[in-house]
Ligand binder design. Structure first.
Ligand SMILES: Nc1ncnc2c1ncn2[C@@H]1O[C@H](COP(=O)(O)OP(=O)(O)OP(=O)(O)O)[C@@H](O)[C@H]1O
Ligand SMILES: [Mg+2]
Length: 294
């Protein structure tokens, strides 16, 4: 069945569509610097395809939980044991339930372990349950980093292994990876290379541009165009989108992100500033400090 997902507009007002069935077979990589509009793009894709396909979102910031109200996704809070997460992941395949795995509040190592356990459970589902699922991973460089970071080798191996399985061996099991990253150079090469569709947003650093040019089979000079892209504008290429590079302006979304860009408002420091910051409030004494991803 051919289902065309409306992503927005290409040049003029012609619609830019994604062939969902082709996407399930050929996967998608989205890259763009912070604020280029990747999460908005993923949300557009998820909203438009929700009536057609089961979805699982690996959500490091808890941004996508707002899909639950309108589209019925179940939010899975990742503060559970790895065994529990693996079992839940198996059940979502059996019962074909769309979910958001909310990893907000966990430290990097915990996020990697939880995502690995969950993806592992989906991957290892019984053959009877290999229905198609769109598996969207935002900030994919956290789960498939190109170089060893400060997390333990074990966590990195688990997470990288799960992402590699998703992108390299997921198709037969019905798993279609859609991954987004701020920095292509920080994403493991073998994971990025398994996507045949690309949406490239504003990219500033030379090293990321070189990787983008490499993946798209472009001259580095041609890839320079990504530097000037405005928010919400992407260059698209791939069998599910367009056989030639095509500009896409991502359309509006129906649900809102939980975190939006901060708005500038007139600034005035409170009179008792020093006292406010040096006095602990009762709630914060019981709340642990969370280590954020680098
Ligand atoms: N096509 C668009 N139309 C309207 N608003 C947009 C569009 N794309 C992005 N925005 C808005 O721009 C802001 C930044 O977008 P978004 O959060 O998607 O960026 P991002 O690439 O995911 O950044 P980060 O890497 O920091 O997560 C958001 O407030 C979002 O609502
Ligand atoms: Mg984002």
């Amino acid at each position: 069945m051919k289902v065309a997902i409306d992503m927005g507009a290409t040049t003029g007002s012609a619609p830019a569509t994604l062939d969902l069935e082709e996407l399930l077979a050929t996967r998608l990589l989205v890259q763009g610097n912070s604020g280029s509009g990747k999460s908005h793009l993923l949300r557009r894709l998820l909203e438009q395809s929700a009536p057609w396909v089961q979805q699982c979102i690996i959500d490091p910031e808890g941004d996508f939980v707002t899909l639950a109200d309108k589209f019925g996704h179940v939010v899975v809070d990742a503060t559970r044991t790895e065994t529990e997460l693996t079992r839940i992941a198996g059940r979502i395949r059996q019962h074909r339930v769309s979910v958001v795995l909310n990893l907000e509040g966990l430290d990097v190592e915990q996020q990697m372990r939880a995502a690995a356990a969950f993806l592992g459970g989906m991957f290892d589902a019984d053959r009877d349950f290999w229905y198609p699922v769109l598996v969207v991973v935002d900030e994919a460089q956290l789960f498939a980093p190109s170089v060893a970071g400060e997390v333990s080798d074990e966590a990195r191996k688990l997470s990288l292994g799960a992402m590699t399985n998703l992108m390299c061996r997921g198709r037969k099991r019905g798993l279609a990876g859609v991954i987004a990253t701020q920095r292509l150079a920080k994403l493991a090469k073998n994971v990025a290379a398994e996507a045949s569709n690309f949406l490239m947003g504003r990219t500033f650093l030379d090293i990321d541009m070189a990787r983008a040019a490499d993946l798209l089979g472009m001259e580095k000079r041609q890839a320079e165009q990504f530097r000037a892209l405005a928010r919400g504008h992407f260059g698209a290429l791939g069998p599910a989108i367009s056989r030639r590079p095509m500009p896409v302006t991502i359309g509006a979304v129906e649900t809102s992100a939980r975190s939006t860009s901060p708005k500038l408002t007139p600034f005035e420091a409170p009179v008792d500033a020093a006292e406010l910051i040096f006095t602990a409030s009762p709630e914060e004494i019981v709340r642990p400090v969370v280590r954020r991803p680098a």
